[in-house]
Ligand binder design. Structure first.
Ligand code: G3P
Ligand code: CA
Length: 268
């Protein structure tokens, strides 16, 4: 099937495990990376935020409440914001039991731990700077961690890493600090604004509900800051019909909690 697709010039979308394979393992944990790897998923998405003492950690919400046992461990610390806890405090929390008792003891990983695990499987990383307005300087700090881990080496940087955010300012900052890093903007800017976005982002990554074939074609009509055709990765597509629909629009990637379902639907 892969050869046939190439012969006909059809490009299958890459598949990205959203917060890891988060339908099957607790989101943004190392177990979710393991599950994504077990399913053969090429890319993993995560969400990066910062602790009170400056450690970068992987968590979606700005509060620890939904996905850990923080309420039990620190009952007096409502509203349990990531930015108000030290890395050592967060390392004590159980980030797996809320999802399934089988995952009791899973931890909130540091960015460094998460990158190591992705690297172990030879996967690629779609890193989201989450709530960057809460964490001034997080763009530089994130690039520093990635650099320390060798992820900004010339032979790797363009091929296995994208840094994305809902904050255009944050994406622009990443591009300004390290132009070799591929970037993504989360959202659906009007077509008339795409030329401005093309100055600093390689990808436009919209919610699939707001997507159409003409919009994908419009994005593809621009070259991003590194001279390549701009790409579209869409989220969060968890069923076969929606996956086929967006693949038909010509998207370059599908971000999903269920990478196995999407792969069965569109190949890859
Ligand atoms: O990668 C896209 C997607 O993760 C954006 O939404 O809220 O799941 O971070 P959210
Ligand atoms: Ca995300």
């Amino acid at each position: 099937p892969r050869l046939l697709a190439v012969d006909h010039g059809i490009r299958r979308p890459v598949i990205v495990a959203h917060r890891g394979a988060s339908a099957y393992a607790p989101e943004n944990t190392l177990a979710a990376v393991d599950k994504a790897a077990a399913l053969g998923t090429e890319w993993v998405e995560n969400d990066v935020q910062r602790t009170r003492d400056g450690e970068l950690v992987v968590l979606h919400d700005d509060s620890l409440q939904r996905t850990t046992d923080v309420e039990e461990v620190f009952p007096d610390r409502a509203p349990w914001k990531v930015k108000d806890f030290t890395a050592a405090e967060i390392a004590r929390l159980d980030a797996g039991s809320w999802f399934d008792p089988a995952y009791a003891g899973a931890r909130v990983p540091t960015l460094e731990q998460f990158v190591h695990r992705v690297e172990r499987y030879g996967q690629k990383l779609l890193l989201e700077l989450k709530n960057p307005q809460l964490y001034p300087g997080i763009e530089r700090e994130t690039l520093k961690v990635l650099s320390n881990e060798g992820w900004l080496d010339r032979r790797h940087v363009g091929s296995r890493l994208v840094v994305q955010s809902f904050s255009a300012d944050s994406v622009r900052t990443v591009h300004g600090l390290k132009p070799a890093v591929k970037t993504g903007f989360l959202g659906t800017p009007p077509v008339t604004d795409l030329a401005a976005y093309a100055a600093f982002t390689d990808q436009i990554n919209p919610s699939h509900g707001s997507l159409s074939a003409p919009y994908v074609a419009a994005v593809h009509g621009f070259r991003g800051p590194r001279g390549k055709r701009m790409e579209v990765l869409t989220w969060t597509v968890n069923d076969a019909a929606a996956a086929r629909r967006v693949a038909g629009f010509g998207v370059d990637g599908i971000i999903t909690n269920t990478p196995d379902v999407v792969r069965d639907a569109v190949g890859g």
